[in-house]
Write a new protein. Structure first.
Length: 279
């Protein structure tokens, strides 16, 4: 078992691509046919002296999921072009999805470029003081992100369910709340058994992050029960896949689908499991 790195509690406003003003909420609602923009969320110093630079994205589609393989259309500059970014993009806002770790004295600007449907967008990222964020605690209420343990590597067969299990512990904050906005912002991501009137609760959301084929989950969002969340995944093609395991203590429901509310964006944890699939 291995413990994942924690993502992300943001204080500073995210930086969006140049040449794409108003991308997040100004576009008319369209289910398909749209593009995706990279987002730089901010950076935070780590206890070991390194620095984590956090990134996300905005898929302008409300329903269509996009795939952009690592290469000229999905790359970082300067090299290496692969810095752990996703190749699969869920609809709407993917907030603080991954981190690029750099040395403390890092002086360069790194740029993430995404191209799809003839549209190219780039986001430069550097260690500007005003873009420092705090990922470890919500200073308003002391809330901290959940801790996640999972098997980092699994094997499976095309067309056969693979069981995915995450062990999740949390500090019990925020207290179970009945703010209906937190649940009503969900679409197909609502936890099993939840209704629009249930309070936000500790849950895990499962999604494809990388891989050659389609991944079908038994449930894309599951509540944590007795410290465990479980689902199944069926893979359509052989190859190596990465599955994103996002543990949320209920806070992220308030920013679901990019519908951000004022204040902090804590507390959730993003971890990954690699699945090797054969015929």
């Amino acid at each position: 078992m291995a413990t994942s790195a924690r993502l992300i509690h943001g204080q500073a406003p995210a930086q969006t691509p140049s040449g794409a003003p108003g991308i997040q909420m100004m576009d008319p609602r369209r289910d398909t046919g749209q593009t995706v923009a990279p987002v730089f969320e901010g950076w935070e110093p780590n206890p070991d002296g390194t620095v984590s630079m956090y990134f996300g994205y905005m898929n302008r589609n409300w329903k269509e999921e996009l795939d952009i393989p690592i290469g000229p259309n999905n790359s970082f500059d300067p090299a290496p072009i692969d810095r752990g970014q996703p190749t699969h993009f869920l609809p709407r806002r993917g907030k603080q999805i991954f981190a690029v770790v750099v040395p403390k004295a890092f002086k360069q600007t790194i740029t993430w470029t995404l191209t799809i449907r003839g549209n190219t967008e780039r986001i430069p990222a550097s260690l500007k003081p005003e873009q420092q964020i705090d990922v470890s605690k919500d200073t308003q209420n002391g809330n901290t992100p959940p801790q996640v343990e999972l098997f980092r590597t699994l094997e499976g067969t095309v067309g056969q369910p693979v069981t995915l299990t995450a062990r999740v512990t949390d500090d019990g904050l925020p207290k179970m709340r009945t703010d209906r906005r937190a649940v009503n912002t969900l679409t197909d991501g609502r936890p099993d058994g939840a209704t629009p009137n249930t309070p936000a609760a500790l849950n895990v959301r499962w999604s494809k992050y990388r891989g050659p084929g389609t991944v079908t989950f038994g449930s894309r969002t599951t509540l944590v029960k007795d410290g465990v969340a479980t689902t199944t995944a069926v893979f359509s093609e052989p190859g190596t896949y990465m599955v994103n395991v996002l543990a949320d203590d209920g806070s992220m429901l308030l920013t679901s689908q990019g519908q951000n509310v004022p204040g902090f964006a804590c507390c959730w944890t993003s971890a990954f499991v690699t699945v090797t699939v054969t015929k």
